[in-house]
Write a protein that binds this ligand. Structure first.
Ligand code: ADP
Ligand code: MG
Length: 342
């Protein structure tokens, strides 16, 4: 049996996670969680007439966060926010989160505790209990965290990427480019400490999943299709167009640019808004004639373009610039294995 690392070993760590979960209000109050951490499986119960939605997301050190840029709280928050944003994109309500963690032996207890603080603070706000996971020793000096979110939506009603039709109006929630801009503005080599309550000013460190907007879009029957902007507007809009077999036009002048991106030179700000990624806003379409409010659940909703018919040999997404000229908007967001055939 190897000696435990500074975090006290697997059993002690799981015991801490379990103990902390059992104390949580979200855990005890959950309408969906019949059995949480401690057994071989968790037991969830979706409401009658609902379906179960499942999404998993990797958070890999050096890929999705850096220990010298992101505080442990930010890493934990971002890990959960990615999964919650996928549920938001389908209009689903979260039921529970599951976290598989691989930690290097050298990882300090304080880092792990603060990672869980960040993760649970976000979970508490959206009533998401941590209902299970797995813990292993990382064979490298890198941290791996894989989160699974289980959610629920009325049967047959979950929002999909595939529902857009020519003539739909294209909308985005909140503002774009903030996340990329915050990284750009980060003093090199120095992490950022964020005080509680200041999270909304830090779209990269503490992105806000748009769960209430997604749920409202579904409940009020407003959206025809939806995706979350995790990899960048240009890339995620291309995904939506492909799944719906349509094309789109984006009006550059209509893009809601995040104030942080507004501090950058115009070209860089625009690039951040179009390709930056990790904004976790919702990009959705509504059929023409559907009245979409300018705010939903306190979040600004901006029309940024339209869906048009796909034409063979024509670009899927066009950018209409402020001067009226048009050009192809190529997917320029994040893509793993870019340039490698897999
Ligand atoms: P098993 O070997 O049967 O998979 P474990 O000993 O790995 O069980 O886990 C015991 C309990 O602790 C399970 O309920 C599991 O879901 C939970 N658990 C383990 N690691 C984590 C983690 N990183 N986060 C949340 N729950 C965890
Ligand atoms: Mg296990």
């Amino acid at each position: 049996m190897p000696k435990p690392g500074p975090h006290g070993g697997e059993l002690a760590l799981i015991e801490r996670i379990r103990h902390d979960s059992a104390q949580r209000f979200v855990q005890r109050r959950s309408r969906f969680l019949m059995l949480g951490i401690g057994d071989d499986c968790a037991i969830l119960r979706p409401p009658a007439g609902h379906e179960v939605l499942v999404t998993t997301d990797f958070t890999i050190e050096g890929r999705h966060f850096r220990r010298d840029w992101h505080s442990p709280e930010s890493a934990g928050h971002r890990c959960l926010a990615r999964g919650l944003s996928d549920l938001a994109a389908m209009g689903a309500m979260p039921m529970a989160a599951f976290l598989s963690l691989a930690l290097p032996r050298s990882c300090k207890k304080s880092w792990i505790d603060r990672f869980f603080l960040g993760l649970r603070a976000l979970g508490d706000r959206f009533s998401v209990p941590l209902a299970g996971g797995d813990t292993a020793e990382s064979p490298t000096e890198l941290i791996f965290a894989d989160i699974t979110l289980v959610g629920t939506a009325p049967a047959g009603r979950a929002l999909r990427r595939s529902g857009a039709r020519a003539g739909d109006v294209l909308y985005v929630t909140g503002q774009l480019g903030g996340s990329a801009a915050e990284l750009d503005l980060l003093p090199s080599g120095r992490g950022l400490r964020v005080r509680g309550g200041e999270e909304d000013k830090h779209p990269q460190m503490f992105p806000e999943p748009r769960l209430a907007v997604g749920e409202a879009l579904l409940r009020r029957g407003l959206a025809a299709s939806c995706i979350d902007v995790s990899d960048g507007l240009s890339t995620d809009l291309a995904h939506l167009c492909r799944e719906s077999e349509v094309a789109a036009e984006v009006d550059e002048a209509a893009l809601p640019i995040h104030p942080l991106a507004g501090k950058l030179v115009r070209e860089t700000a625009l690039r951040a808004a179009l390709h930056g990624g990790e904004d976790y806003e919702l990009l959705f379409t509504a059929h023409a004639g559907v009245r979409v409010p300018r705010r939903i659940a306190g979040v600004a909703i901006t029309p940024i373009g339209r869906i048009v018919r796909a034409r063979a040999g024509k670009a899927a997404v066009m950018l209409v610039r402020a001067d009226g000229t048009r050009g192809e908007l190529k997917p320029g967001g994040w893509e793993h294995f870019r340039g490698i055939s897999v």
